[in-house]
Design a protein around this ligand. Sequence first.
Ligand code: ZN
Length: 537
Amino acid sequence: MKIILFSFLLLSCSAVFGQVPCELSPEMEASFTEEIPIPLDLCFDISDLIDNCTPVYIRVNIHFFLDNDCDGNLATHPDITENLSPYNAFALAEDLVDNANEFFDKVNANTNPILDHQWNSEHHNTPVTSHQCIPVRYVLGGAYIHCSSVNQDVELTEEFDYFDNYAINPLTEVNVYVSNFITGDGNGFADNGSNQVCVENFTSGLFNHELGHVFNLAHTFIYDRCDDTWIDSWRWDRDCNGTFETTGKACWWEHPDYPPLSGIDACDINNFCQPHPCCDWKNISNNLMTYSSYGYNGDYSALTPCQLNLMITDISDQMCDYVAAIDPDCPPVNSNIGVIPTTTGDMQCPACFYLNASDNENKYSVTIMNSSGSRIIESGVINSEAGKYCITPRTNKDGQLEWPNGLVAGQTYTIKLKVFNSCEESDESQLNFTLPYPCALYEQDPNDVPDIEMVTINPNPATGNITVKFNLNKNEDVIMYGLHPSNNTVYGIVYQNYHMSGDNQTVQLSLSQWASGYNSLVVRAGNDILIENFIKL
Ligand SMILES: [Zn+2]
């Protein structure tokens, strides 16, 4: 029996862009119901997992928002410096998950005997705790872009009903929304009941803090059910008149400005009769579950044994269906095909598939089928991390724009992606898509010129040799693979060259070893591929 012990909405209002006071309404802070002693329904042994720091992988989806016309950039806090072009969304999503995992790697690798555990416990009459190894890791389930202006801005008082239409597999995957918080000073919030998170930046400290709430952790500056954390809220009598004029939840760092008068050094007793409490190092916490620049930094962050136990208990008791793997030989592989949405529901032109939305793959294959299920384009297995695959229109000999490989505008096709990790485990996903009317290449968004564009394969049909002409928009290593899809013959690597760049590259290939009929040439430039069919007579 699964009963939700706690259901609360928790916020993080940390200051990633400088010190910002955290003022939230009391009802926004944790509102706990009393814990009911119910037998736990565990799917793994908690103490065994903690003692061995056995990695447990949780599936997360990352969601982004464009405006209603599917235009503009991905919504975030306005000060974000990352490339927010929608074309970069899938790389951002994977980086977010990878960096959050690296954050815990850093926490676990901390061997400084003074800094590797929760700081200043003794000063606050709290048990001094030891270094804790954090076993939680994430795997990217999927990355999604939605066209919804209203979701580009979020208020901290909103709940997750706001995003409910967008949750993907909410009973098995944690859904994380990236949006811009327009009110309050918060940067994120999370819900332990529905396992959803909203953040407005890409810092791994914020991500792991919010996921901490998903795993049932509360803030240390309130009652958090742990006797080994200390309450780091403070109050300050800056005039020494017996009244605490200023109170706060936590110390972001040890150099506070006096918030109403930004720029005034609150540690300088020439400015105030006594220094701000945060000027005292003893009041600085490195706990992940407070608002602290040290807690949000993997080099310093820590959890206590009680917090780790609460977190892993929540995963084993409430979130078994979210666990992708426990102690795998290889990080779990996940197939995901990212696309940029359009108002019509058709693909953009050129039609690009962001296979890099997959996670932990080192090999992959792509197949495109028509509506009757016939395979019409096939890549064979490609030995690299999956990148981008674009279908780019070209001008035929009559001067007309057309899609390559016999693909037709208005038709619906299915693309299938199979990915493998280094343990040869695989995962598959597929997506139906409709091609729009072919666009001229000059209409392309300059943000997303493909790394490689096919110009021609000549002659086609061919007998002895073919000449492959292509444009490279970046300096890339180029590898070509050949295969004969209908009789499952793979020719392996048929051409390889390093550091190529520029337009109208030409490569001659001998077809003497190729079988007759339809053949596929796969050209890989960096991690991007294109696939071209031709006939050998
Ligand atoms: Zn929080």
